[in-house]
Design a protein. Sequence first.
Length: 134
Amino acid sequence: MFLSQGGMRNAVVWVLSAVVPAMTTYAAENHAVPLSELHRQMISASEARQARLAGVREFFSRERVQKALRTVKMDSEQVKQAVALLNDDELARLAARADKAQADLAAGALNNQQLTYIVIALATAVIILVIVAR
């Protein structure tokens, strides 16, 4: 017995509507890592990235840092925009260096010349990483 085209379509829809939910439930129950855990990890990674981006942008927004960039004719806005193009590992390393420089600056451990060298190195690293990534 042959099914008409409409009958065949209905049969396929009926079979899929019975099989797909069962497969989804099976996959969710037997997945090595629960989907809720994967979702939580994604959110956590995204929040960490956003915090690092904010920290690095704040560092490059400081008046002394901008002044150091102007001495070598670098645009702090371009550097801050380029930071967003870094991958997560590069951003984490840059954020750690910026945090250390900011802590040293706050503690008075850096003079203007040292700060200028650090800022130039960080900004140059950002630009080179972005160029290499393309």
